[in-house]
Design a protein. Structure first.
Length: 198
């Protein structure tokens, strides 16, 4: 299954519109991609969020693990990369394809793939530092993975309704909004991300 998902993600990346090679320092382009992805995600709306209030779930966003941490540029980039990867995996599932408008979903997957490729190129220069433990971000990284695992467990259930998917869409919108902030912090030489969730 993991191999199939990797293949689907790779094909999505290859089928994306042609984007020139982005250098690590092209911060403005990356922030713009995050903005575009957030807009595409908002267009996926199928049900008014206000009509889905009783379907809300606490996915336990890891604000405590991330809020009090001090991150340097490479650390912020690694967390951002994990967040984008988890988002791409979530929206690349069969369940997701069956629910969302494919015309809007495909560009979202493409945009996430482009961002991941960009971060991969940036972190590739520091390949030994990609390990969360070596980067000193193992706690926040694991909390982020658990957050997305909780979401994935909910969306793989057969009885998941349109309102449940809407709750997930709004929740992922929060994560994409956070990724924009992470990217802004990742562009700094040394960033203090202690207040980025306030």
């Amino acid at each position: 299954m993991a191999l199939l998902l990797s293949l689907v993600v790779a094909l999505a990346a290859l089928s994306c519109c042609s984007v020139g090679s982005l250098g690590c320092d092209q911060h403005v382009d990356h922030v713009e991609m995050t903005k575009n992805n957030s807009e595409l995600l908002s267009k996926l709306e199928r049900t008014a969020p206000s009509s889905c209030l009783e379907n809300r779930r606490n996915f336990r966003f890891p604000s405590d693990a991330l809020n009090g941490s001090q991150f340097q540029k490479t650390q912020a980039m690694a967390i951002l990369q994990e967040m984008l990867w988890q988002t791409l995996k979530l929206f690349s599932t069969d369940h997701s394809s069956a629910v969302w408008n494919q015309t809007l979903l495909d560009p979202l997957l493409c945009g996430l793939s482009v961002q991941l490729n960009h971060l991969g190129a940036c972190l590739g220069e520091k390949r030994a530092e990609k390990d969360p433990a070596a980067l000193g971000i193992e706690g926040p990284w694991l909390a982020l993975k658990k957050y997305f695992m909780n979401i994935r467990l909910k969306v793989t259930k057969e009885e998941f309704s349109d309102c449940d998917w809407e709750v997930v869409r709004v929740e992922i919108g929060r994560a994409l909004s956070l990724s924009k902030t992470l990217q802004e912090r990742a562009s700094m030489k040394v960033g203090d991300l202690g207040s980025w969730l306030k």
